[in-house]
Each structure stands twice: as C-alpha cells, then as structure tokens.
Design a protein around this ligand. Structure first.
Ligand SMILES: [Zn+2]
Length: 371
C-alpha cells in the first residue's frame, strides 16, 4: 500500500545494507527461503470473527466486481508502516474503521503471527489503483523489526498466496519482469499497468537482503507442495475414470456423506418405505445397487436411497440469479452469474408453487434458471 513516503533515514539504511549485501545477496536470500520453510503456517483469522470477539463493529467493504468475474492473480504489498503499532491486528482494525476516509482497502494483512482476511477474495478491493483493483487480490505484508519475525511473516504470506492460487485455479507466473502473470508486486503494477506509483514491497525486501524474485520462488515452492498433497489425497482411480469431472462431481461410491436432498428410503426391491431422511443428514454409503434400471445407494440393512440425492448433477445457470432459502427467500449476498456452473441434488422440489433444485440442505436455485 505504502501510505507514507520513504524517509531520508530509511533510504540511508537501505544503501548501507546494499553495499554490505553486494556479494552475499544470493546466499542471504536463499537462506531466508530455507529458514522460512521450517516454520509452520499461522492460518487465517477472519476479520468479522476477530472483531466480534473484540466487540468492534464490522464496517463491511462493499467489494469491487472483477472484470473477468474472478481474480486473475495476486498483488504483493508491504505496508511501509514500521513499529509496534503496525501489526496485522492493528492494521486490520485501522482499515476496518477508516477505509471510507483513506479510500483504501485490501484482502488481507499478514505478519509473523497471523493472516487476517479482511474480505472474501471473491470480490476486489482498493489496493493498487484502477488498473489492478478489478483484476487482482491485494495482500499486505506488515513490517517486522527482527529477521526471525520477517522470515515467519513471508512464510505466512507465501503459503496464503499459494492457497489463493489453488483456490482460483491460477498457475504461478511471476509478472514482475514482464507485466504478465499471476504474481505481481505493487511496483510491477506501477511499472506495467499504471494508475498507481507505489514501489512496494521492493524497498522493504531489500532491507532484509531479499527480493520479489526470491519471494516468488517461495510461493511456487508452496504451490507445488500443496498440489502434491491434494493429489496424494484424492483417489487417482476416480480421476482416471472421470477425467473431465471435478472432485465434487465424481459419484460417491462408499463412505460417510451428506444427503444433498430430502430422500425417501426404499427397500431392496425398490418399494418406498415412506420414511424420509432430510437433506443435510449424514449417511454411510455401503455400496450401490441398480433396482429397475435406477441407481440406488445402500445406507443400511435393506435401506436404499436414490443415488441422485447423493451424487451431484452439474447444471449451467442461464441468467443472473440468486440462491434461495428453504422458504424461497432470495439470498441477496449469493448472486450467481449467467454461465456459472452449480451442482444440484435429487429431483426438483416445489416451494410456494415454484420448482427448485437443491444445492445443499439450505440453498436452492430456481429450476427455470438452470439448464
Ligand atoms: Zn502497495
């Protein structure tokens, strides 16, 4: 963000370190990443929850619509706000209170102790000017005053950013040298896109003998590690069987699952016992059986439910719409854009005379709004 200008003293400090680190830059930076990897991730604290605990009002930032409907990458910032009062906690409280006055807001503040997510990255914020705010997620690193704390903070920052890449299906690609890619510094936004003139986090990184390129390689390291972990957890046979389906769409074959739709229980001959299990109920699938050409899952001794109450069916939204509650009320905060894909369960249900599909136990979409 860099709300303040560099002071003369700070510039002097940088040039001293520059001279000192002329020969050691590579080793220093490499050892910073090596040391960072030994630390554990602090995890994410959500601002609204943190404020609730502290009895402070959540002053919700409205959010900027992304030009492509989703983020294209992440801008790495540094607060340029030194000192003890510049922790992620204090920055978060300050921005929550002042964003209207200072006309600035970001998605997260990160320090050595925590990652505070201010706003869902599903919407944009005001972090790096008009060219970047409707394209990228904005993440602020807070200044630390010891080397150890700095290393812990960049470790948290890199892990959080790597998770964001996975969440939005983005490949790591350093945009700092060529203005193209998913990982940007605020400096790179100023260089290649304009609309802002800040150069963070370069100066702060240099102070520790570190650079954006080194930070990018730390992000890439965690991105690859997280990818490996996800792959080893998922069932590769299913992946081979359903190459074009996401994990959610792969039919459940066995194990504990949740009913996505109210389901009648049938006996082994396909007779409806008229006993109903509600959407959201946990059931254990023991296997499946075809009864009169229809697929059922066995959930108990002589107890079966129609498989579509557990297997999701993908549908495409054919107009901008909203999700609804069980009573058909519009959920204003859950707008679904035309062209989005939703996963529905079971057959259509009727709420107040209209047909809906269930997305889960509490959310529905108008059947006429999807194909
Ligand atoms: Zn910045």
């Amino acid at each position: 963000m860099k709300l303040k200008k560099l002071t003369i003293a700070f510039i002097a400090a940088i040039s001293l370190i520059d001279t000192f680190s002329f020969n050691n830059e590579e080793t220093q930076a490499a050892s910073i990443n090596t040391e960072a990897k030994k630390y554990k991730y602090s995890g994410v604290t959500y601002l609204y929850k943190m404020l609730k605990l502290e009895g402070i009002k959540y002053n919700k930032f409205p959010g900027v619509e992304y030009q492509n409907g989703k983020p294209e990458g992440i801008v790495v910032h540094e607060t340029d706000d030194p000192g003890a009062t510049a922790t992620a906690h204090d920055e978060a409280i300050y921005f929550n209170r002042e964003w209207q006055n200072i006309q600035a807001y970001v998605h997260a503040f990160v320090d050595s102790k925590q990652v505070i997510q201010m706003r869902s990255p599903d919407v944009g914020t005001w972090g790096a000017g008009q060219q970047a705010n409707n394209r990228f997620i904005q993440v602020e690193l807070c200044e630390e005053d010891s080397r150890d704390a700095f290393i812990k903070s960049i470790n948290n920052d890199a892990i959080y950013i790597a998770k964001l890449l996975h969440r939005y299906d983005l490949q790591p690609d350093n945009a700092c040298d060529d203005g193209q890619g998913t990982i940007w510094s605020h400096h790179a936004v100023s260089n290649f896109l304009g609309g802002t003139d800040h150069v963070d986090p370069d100066g702060y990184f240099e102070k520790w003998g570190y650079s954006m390129d080194q930070f990018y390689s730390l992000i890439k390291y965690y991105y690859d590690l997280q990818k490996k972990n996800t792959q080893s957890q998922s069932n590769l046979k299913d992946k081979d069987k359903y190459p074009n389906k996401t994990k959610e769409e792969i039919p459940v074959v066995q194990g504990a699952v949740t009913l996505g739709h109210d389901a009648y229980i049938y006996d082994a001959k396909g007779n409806n016992t008229k006993k109903l299990k509600y959407a959201g109920s946990p059931v254990v699938v023991m296997g499946y059986k075809m009864i009169n050409g229809k697929k059922y899952y066995q959930i108990g001794k002589d107890q079966y439910v129609v498989a579509s109450n557990i297997d999701a069916t993908p549908k495409t939204v054919n107009k901008d719409t909203y999700l609804r509650t069980r009573t058909g009320e519009i959920e204003k905060q859950n707008k679904v854009k035309k062209g989005s894909r939703v996963l529905v369960y079971g057959s259509k249900i009727t709420i107040k005379g209209q047909k809906y599909y269930a997305l889960n136990a509490t959310q529905y979409v108008l059947a006429s709004d999807v194909n």
